[in-house]
Every structure is written in C-alpha cells, then in structure tokens.
Ligand binder design. Structure first.
Ligand code: COA
Length: 325
C-alpha cells in the first residue's frame, strides 16, 4: 500500500524572545497568571522577519536534511493565517527562494489546524500517484494581527514556522487521520477581517478592530477539549491501535490545561504529550511541526514508532493524524 512518510522535519523561529515579564510591562498581566492559565513562559516575536522569511528558513532546512535537490520537489503546500501577501501565496515565495522550479505551489488556510490539513492534502496527492514528494510548511507571524493592548489574547501567541519533507513510501507513514470543521461557530475565534471598502462603498463602521485576533477564550477551550478528545479516540479506533502503542502525541501548543484535560479524559499519561509551549506559545499552524521537529531533533522518536499529531483552531477546525515514523 502506498503511504506518505515524513523523511525530514525543520523549523525556523525569530531570535527575539519575549518573556511573560516583558509582556507585563505593556499590559496588565503577570508571569504567574500566564503560566498558571496557559503554561506559556516565553514566545518568539518577529523583529522584522515576515512569515515568508521564516517559511523559507524551514524549507531550506528540509532540503538539506532530506538531502534532496530543490528541482526534485513536486509540491509545496504552505499553511498560514498571516502570509506576507494575499497573492502571491507563501508557497510560491518559498518556491522562488529555494529554486523548486518544477513544483506546484499553493497555500491553504485552516488556522491552527493548518499543518494537519496541509499534510493531509499532500498525502492525498501522493497516495493517488499524482506526486512523489512534497514540502509542507506551517508558518506565522501572528504578532502582526495580535492586539498588543488586549491582555486576554496577546499573551498567548508567538511567531515561527515548522515543516516536513514527505515522500511516497510503501511501509511507514501516515496510517489514519480525521479532519473536521464546525463552521457554525466560526465567530468564537477570528482575526484579519478586511472590510469591503471600494470607491462606491464606505468602509463598514466599527470594523477596524476586527483586524486583530478576537476570541471567546472559554468557548474555544470547550471546543478544543471536546474535538481533540473525540478525534484522537476516533483515529485510534479506526486504526485499531491502542493508546499504549503510541510513543508520543504532538498536540497543538495552545494551552497546557487543554492538554491536561485531554490526557485525563483519554487516560493517556501526560508525559506522552510532547510540549514546548512554555518556550514558543501558540504559533498556530507552525505549532505542531515546530514541536515535531524538536522531538525528532532530540532523537526521541525512532523509525517504526507510532506517533499522533493533533491540532485544533479557528474555523473552527481540527485534525488528527496517526503516523508510523
Ligand atoms: N493577565 C491577567 N488577567 C487576565 C489576563 C491576563 N493576560 N487575561 C484575562 N485576564 C482576566 C480576565 O479579565 C478575567 O478577569 P475578571 O474575572 O476580573 O473579569 C479573568 O482573568 C478570567 O478570565 P477568563 O477569560 O475567564 O480566563 P480563563 O480561565 O478562561 O483563561 C484563557 C483565559 C484565554 C487562557 C483560556 O480561556 C484559554 O486558554 N482558552 C483557549 C484559548 C486558545 O487555546 N486559543 C487558541 C485556539 S487555537
């Protein structure tokens, strides 16, 4: 059976570290509040790098680690809610900079589930025999759309990018997945609204603030715990794999309390969940691949291990994938 196997992982984040204490200097918050409610201690914030710079950094690493030429890349999919432009796509910018002249390149958007959705799309192209390989990247500079005067959101997010180079395989790879969307509650997490203004229509009033990330934290929390628990359960059940067989779960790095609840509900030991949100915060579509790359770089996973990636986010959306490494 043809599957899609992750051959290499990579990540690229801005150098600037902003701690909780740094944030307490600009909004009414504290290290204690942020740590207790979210598990986040610091995050990387761009000091000029745009999303494409981070994404290109990741793509270059992927080529180097996988030891493949740029010309051999068939497909580039980037996931982002903060691309440099509406057009060109981030993926086309990556294509130009790395010289992947033979690739088809496009973006998708599924917020914090973006990497899961992008990997799923790449998997379908590969399984169907259309392409043999792909670069899949999640990249964000959320600092562009965060309201730095709103303490309820600005403490949560960070900038960064991560990704994977995947290839057609006949043994290991993606073995089961579930993607889901619940558009009827899209308004509990929004950002980047662009009003319909033109020469014949005045700008809608009161929409300026809708550029910024806006969130009903409690509703998002409720959605996250429910969707992640159900999708992990469904994926394991469909694959006939027990939680004991999993080496690691790499969850979206939004909030350690969400992960605690998921761990309790599924009765999966907390230390099977790989977390680095204390150092990066929530980097949306980049969060799962940044964490996966860390896990891989540390040598904590070996070929043949079963790992589970799971994300949730705006839309609302979720995605869970079981992989034999
Ligand atoms: N520092 C200090 N106090 C803060 C604060 C901050 N950064 N942000 C909010 N508060 C205050 C609120 O104003 C509120 O004060 P009040 O009781 O005087 O009104 C109090 O803390 C509690 O706020 P609440 O929003 O009820 O807190 P919470 O326990 O729900 O935690 C979140 C807030 C955002 C951490 C939590 O809801 C959450 O993590 N939700 C999921 C968010 C998420 O994952 N988003 C990304 C999805 S991809």
């Amino acid at each position: 059976m043809i599957t899609t196997r992750i051959i290499a992982t990579g990540a690229c984040v801005p150098e600037q570290i902003i701690t909780n204490d740094d944030l307490a200097k600009i909004v009414d918050t504290s290290d204690e509040w942020i740590t207790q409610r979210t598990g986040i201690k610091e995050r990387r914030i761009s000091s000029g790098e745009n999303t494409s710079d981070l994404a290109i950094g990741t793509a270059r690493q992927l080529l180097e680690k996988a030891e493949v030429s740029a010309e051999s890349i068939d497909l580039i999919i980037a996931a982002s809610v903060t691309p440099d432009y509406t057009t060109p796509s981030l993926a086309c910018m990556i294509q130009k900079e790395i010289g992947a002249v033979n690739a088809v390149a496009f973006d998708i958007t599924a917020a914090c589930s973006g990497f899961m959705y992008a990997l799923s799309v790449a998997d379908k192209y590969i399984r169907s025999g259309v392409y043999d390989n792909a670069i899949v990247i999640g990249a964000e500079t959320l600092s562009k759309i965060v309201n730095w005067e709103d303490r309820s959101t600005c403490v949560l997010f960070g900038d960064g990018s991560g990704g994977a180079y995947v290839e057609k395989s006949e043994d290991c790879g993606i073995i089961q997945e579930e993607l889901g969307s619940k558009g009827e509650i899209y308004d509990i997490l929004t950002g980047g609204y662009t009003p319909c203004s033109n020469a014949f229509n005045d700008v809608e009033s009161g929409v300026d603030s809708m550029w910024y990330v806006s969130m009903n934290g409690r509703e998002v929390f409720r959605f996250a715990t429910k969707s992640v628990v159900t999708s992990i359960r469904n994926v394991l059940e469909k694959a006939g794999v027990s939680a004991d067989e999993l080496k690691y779960i790499v969850p979206h790095q939004a909030n350690s309390r969400i992960v605690e609840i998921v761990s309790n509900k599924l009765k999966i030991p907390f230390d099977k969940f790989y977390m680095n949100m204390d150092r990066f915060g929530n980097t949306s579509s980049a969060s799962v691949p940044i964490a996966l790359n860390e896990l891989n770089e540390k040598g904590l996973i070996e070929r043949g291990d079963k790992i589970l990636l799971t994300g949730f986010g705006g839309g609302m959306t979720w995605g869970t994938m079981l992989i034999t490494w």
